[in-house]
Design a protein around this ligand. Structure first.
Ligand code: UGA
Length: 437
């Protein structure tokens, strides 16, 4: 079976490469010809563990291709996945311009039966609207279906998530489309992945509900940590969370406190979910609260540095981490970047290290006070305080005594609670975590 995936971004690439590994003939199409050329040469625009190897294997086997030729990709495929970006509009709603432009180019080139699958995260009702839009644009009557198949891929472990998903959600009222979609994912069905077959509206809702619930858990954990900070050293948020997680109704995942959630999904999707609800006359108060808690959470890290140093102006601070989470080079909505921006705005001199991510323009522009370093120890040279902002594994095993020796001061703000408190003290640090002393 031939499939096309429109949009060779992170979700599209993983989907295309994953489908080809399941035995399908997949073409990843993108309007950016430069990107397509690079991909065809095996150069990936993103850092995602396992993806390069997956792409190489399937390209060599002739199952995976990259192309900028939309008409040919549409004509040759039975199923066309739309996996383009849905950035946030200024009011928080999802901006569907790329989705509509993909749908239009599909409509312009359909010659026989197709299933158009929306993989991008889109508001409730988008699949229905797309059906109308494609119908009204067709040059001749052609049979087609629109189905929803939201992705639940985490950056940093997207390949693993593709092959071992918690569930596959398929939203379509056509038994023919559902049958073909099930066939596409039959290898995952064989390993007993649960399939949820529903309407496209419910499938669209599931994606926002899942991301928003994860956001709720994180903001709840962050408020607990803030409360532990307020109560004092007799409490430890990790003990509270461990006990919570042991209750199977709650579960242990996504309760790790820190500077808040970032990335290209949770911040955008929680806002878009609130906007969707408003359109139906509803206010999602729990999600709005999770967003509000998150908007302020990184500022608590800044306050910890300020309290530890007495003031911020003209202090030298090292920040370890720029990526919004480990195993990715993505800095979109990264709390680590927000911490850096806030410290710069307060007049700090900043030295930064990330194993993979590069600094965004917002930081580099302030080059006078900002330096990218080659490793954590270089970043620590002469600084008054050190902030751990992303939980890269290599930060968990830092030589704390060596780090401390490099510094002028002794303040260590562990915004991700990844370091051993006792070892940090032993190395001479004044340690400050989140919700634990
Ligand atoms: C998220 C979802 O987890 C995926 O299921 C979904 O498919 C994806 O969005 C998407 O919509 O495409 P992702 O944005 O890659 O995936 O990252 P997460 O692992 O969810 O982490 C999001 C943020 O929450 C990160 O900043 C992370 O550091 C933070 N986080 C996560 C915490 O602060 N605490 C936790 O316990 C877990």
């Amino acid at each position: 079976m031939h499939v096309a995936v429109m949009g060779a971004g992170y979700a599209g690439l993983v989907t295309g490469a994953g489908l080809s590994d399941l035995g399908l003939m997949a073409t990843c199409v993108d309007i950016n010809e430069g990107k397509v050329r690079q991909l065809a040469e095996g150069k990936l625009p993103i850092f995602e563990p396992g993806l390069e190897e997956l792409v190489r294997r399937n390209t060599q086997a002739g199952r995976l291709r990259f192309s900028a030729d939309i008409p040919a990709a549409v004509k040759n495929s039975l199923v066309v996945f739309i996996a383009v970006g849905t950035n946030a509009s200024p009011d928080g709603a999802a901006d569907l311009s790329q989705v509509w432009s993909a749908a239009d180019s599909i409509a312009d080139h359909i010659e026989d039966y197709k299933i158009v699958v929306i993989r991008s995260t889109v508001p409730v009702g988008t699949a229905a609207q797309m059906r109308e839009r494609i119908s009204s644009r067709l040059k001749q009557p052609v049979e087609f279906e629109v189905a929803s198949n939201p992705e639940f891929l985490r950056e940093g472990s997207a390949v693993e998530d593709f092959f071992h998903p918690d569930r596959i959600v398929i939203g379509s009222s056509s038994s023919r489309a559902v049958g073909i979609m099930k066939d596409i994912y039959r290898h995952l069905y064989l390993i007993e992945t649960p399939f949820v077959i529903t309407t496209s509206e419910t499938a669209e809702l599931i994606k926002y509900a899942a991301n928003s619930f994860l956001a709720l858990k994180i903001s709840f954990a962050n408020e607990l940590a803030n409360l532990c900070d307020a109560i004092g050293p007799s409490t430890d948020v990790h003990v509270v969370i461990r006990a919570l997680g042991l209750d199977r109704r709650i579960g242990p995942k996504f309760l790790h406190p820190g500077p808040g959630f970032g990335g290209s999904c949770l911040p955008k999707d929680t806002r878009a979910f609130c906007s969707i609800a408003r359109k139906f006359g509803m206010s999602l108060r729990t999600i709005a609260a999770a967003v509000a808690v998150n908007d302020e959470q990184f500022l608590r890290v800044i306050e910890k540095v300020r309290q530890g140093l007495g003031s911020l102006a003209d202090q030298a601070v090292a920040v370890l981490g720029l990526a919004f989470k480990p195993n990715t080079n993505d800095v979109r909505e990264s709390r680590a970047v927000k911490i850096c921006e806030a410290l710069l705005a307060e007049g700090c001199d900043l030295r930064v290290f990330d194993p993979v991510a590069t600094a965004p323009g917002s930081l580099v522009l302030d080059g006078r006070r900002f330096k990218c370093c080659a490793n954590p120890y270089e970043a620590a040279e002469g600084v008054d305080a050190l902030v751990v902002a992303t939980e890269w594994n290599e930060f968990r095993v830092l030589d704390l005594a060596k780090l401390k020796k490099q510094m002028r001061g002794d303040l260590l703000v562990d915004a991700k609670n990844i370091l051993d408190l006792a070892k940090a003290r032993e190395a001479g640090f004044r340690y400050c975590g989140v919700g634990r002393r």
